[in-house]
Design a protein around this ligand. Structure first.
Ligand code: UD1
Ligand code: CA
Length: 482
């Protein structure tokens, strides 16, 4: 059975103007490389096969592609001899040319599957040899111009460098994205010449050839110009990233999510958000983060690969690879590191850092604590300033705290250590040994006070002077007549 639609994604170009060690198409917007956006667009359009043409930085691009779309065929273009040559290389990489070929660029990240679908559908409906995606940007400088005859029929594409002044006045330009009949494309790219201003094999020359052969060609003008814009430098990268972010936020607004300040909110393309959730200013929802319904996120929360349950509240928090259960409250000023799991209704409060720690339902760590490699049972409360000493300099050890435990303020739990269900500990306890269920653990010795220590051991210091003054005043007060 022959493959119906093959997508050819061109990614062999150099990207010199990015001034980067990283391949241009691996620069990210909305949390994924431009290459991944391009592949998501063609896959979303429902193509049967994808061939990606690599050249510059091919090791980097090929390695990334294996993670992005392992089913895509990689074709290597040894020398960048032009877009026509790149398509020829792609066709050489498949054993059978499909009925239709879709050509796109890996550095055009805002293109949607819907646009590609429309283009393929129109191409089929009109039974054309070639259908170009064109647009009318404010400034057509640099682009190939779509040349039409007086009847409006497309007759050729003229590259800017080859165009006459009159041809350059044409506003309609070639986006570079096109759909072509497979057999025609295969024949046409093998017959291209380098007889042009750049001495390249222009893919665009297939249009004039189709016209010469009497085959139908056409162009679909896309109103939404930015979808066809490519990235050559970092200015364009950040501009398109901003625009994509606006579009992503717009989609969530339409889905019933309130994003109070789109200008300071960044949401990656893979993020999902439930209805009636409110996202407050300064928030970044990154990676594969998922947010439930009715949650409040922000202000100023940065969540990467975090799962947040319904009705949870996450205020001024930095979190990654963590799970925040339904109705849980986190923040302000909370740092959740990988492996943190906060169950339903539990709380991680102000200036709390958690790493690889599980807070069971209703457990609370309200203030100024660090818990690492710890298990906190249901309904337990951790006093302010408590720390798990989970690292002895060589190995990390776990702390286990049972259900409905009351850890006092300023405790140090020296791991590995286990505290049983229902235990109480006094303020300032250093818990070095396991505590059995229902016990009270308090510091071993009480407070020892040595009178006059400062005057004898720290004479002449501001502390000694302050202490001396107080002593004098007290003596004076004692001597005042009643
Ligand atoms: C191309 C089009 C032009 C169009 C413009 C839109 C041609 C001859 N011209 O011009 O009509 O208006 O895109 O941006 O097609 N590439 C390869 N191998 C190569 C050459 C290019 O893979 O040998 C890839 C590049 O990585 C890039 C894409 O093809 O993704 C376009 O190449 P580029 O050099 O930017 O084409 P333009 O000259 O801008
Ligand atoms: Ca370009």
């Amino acid at each position: 059975m022959s493959t119906q639609v093959t997508a050819i994604v061109l990614a062999a170009g150099a990207g010199t103007r990015m001034k980067s060690r990283r391949a241009k198409v691996l620069h990210e917007i909305a949390g994924r490389p431009m290459l991944a956006h391009a592949l998501a667009a063609v896959r979303g359009a429902g193509v049967d096969r994808v061939v990606t043409v690599v050249g510059h930085d091919r090791e980097q691009v090929t390695a990334a592609l294996a993670g992005i779309d392992p089913d895509a065929t990689v074709a290597v273009q040894e020398e960048q001899r032009g877009t026509g040559d790149a398509v020829r290389v792609a066709l050489d990489a498949v054993d059978e040319v499909s009925e239709i070929c879709l050509v796109t660029y890996a550095d055009v990240p805002l293109l949607t599957p819907e646009t590609l679908r429309t283009l393929i559908d129109e191409h089929r409906r009109e039974r054309r040899a070639v259908t170009i995606l064109s647009s009318e940007p404010e400034d057509p400088t640099g682009y190939g111009r779509i040349l039409r005859d007086p009847s409006g029929a497309v007759v050729a594409i003229r590259e800017h460098k080859d165009a006459t002044e009159a041809e350059r006045a044409t506003r309609e330009v070639n986006s570079g994205i096109l759909v072509a009949d497979g057999a025609f494309l295969d024949r046409a790219v093998r017959a291209l010449s380098t007889d042009n201003a750049q001495a390249e094999l222009y893919l665009t020359d297939i249009v004039a050839r189709a016209v010469d052969e009497g085959l139908p060609v056409g162009a679909h003008v896309l109103e939404d110009v930015i979808q066809t814009e490519g990235v050559n430098d970092r200015r364009q990268l950040v501009r398109l990233a901003r625009e994509l972010n606006t579009r992503i936020i717009d989609r969530w607004l339409a889905e019933g999510v309130t994003v109070v300040d789109p200008a300071t909110t960044w949401i990656d393309s893979a993020v999902t958000i439930g209805r009636d959730t409110t996202v407050l200013p300064g928030t970044q929802l990154l990676g594969a983060t998922t947010i439930g319904e009715g949650a409040t996120i922000g202000p100023d929360a940065t969540l990467r690969d975090v799962e947040v349950g319904d009705e949870a509240s996450v205020v001024r928090t930095h979190a990654s690879d963590a799970v925040i259960g339904p109705g849980a409250t986190v923040g302000p000023f909370t740092y959740l590191r990988p492996g943190t799991v906060i169950d339903a209704g539990a709380k991680a409060g102000a200036y709390v850092e958690l790493k690889n720690t599980h807070l069971a339902a209703g457990a609370k760590v309200p203030h100024l604590s660090y818990l690492g490699d710890a298990e906190v049972g249901e309904g337990s409360n951790i006093g302010a300033g408590t720390i798990t000493a989970n690292y002895d300099g060589v190995t990390k050890s776990r702390t286990s705290i049972g259900r409905h435990v009351r850890i006092g303020c300023d405790n140090v739990l020296v791991a590995p250590v286990s505290v049983g269900d229902g235990v109480y500990t006094g303020a300032g306890t250093v818990v070095r040994h396991d505590v059995a269920a229902g016990a009270l653990a308090v510091p071993e010795s009480g407070q020892r006070t040595i009178e006059g220590w400062v005057a004898s051991r720290r004479p002449g210091t501001p502390s000694a002077e302050a202490a001396d003054q107080t002593t004098q005043e007290n003596i004076g007060a004692d001597q005042e007549p009643q």
